[in-house]
Design a protein. Sequence first.
Length: 149
Amino acid sequence: MKNLVVVCLAVLVAVSAAAPVYPKCEDDSPFALAKRIGDPPARAFYLFSTSVGNYTIRHDGMGEVYVRGRKKVFHVKVGVNSRIERLYFFEYHGDLLLLYEAGASGYLVRLNQTTKKVKSATAINERFEPPTVTDQSVVFSDGTIVPLN
């Protein structure tokens, strides 16, 4: 079973490497929507690429990044019995900003792309619209401001 999952993930990563760059979500937001493979209630995978490598994040928060043929694993926060429903990404000063909805919460996570460690995680309203980034802050349409320093 584990071999099947590994093979499926390898195929998904290969497909994501050939996929086009995803467009921005809104005119004023630098965040891009990650490609989703799979539909609820089945497993879902979110695929995207950055300047560092090709990312795959599973609905339960387990993530992998492939850099020059090597795989690194990481986890992002997802609530108990929750699933990632939508995911946006943006590279900011070498880090990766992940914005996603999981259950009744939304999260903004800053991930160091070199170490694959989460630098910060902030809970936000799950009904967010893709935000703007200004002067080291993420500004949401509901007035929420999350500092990035």
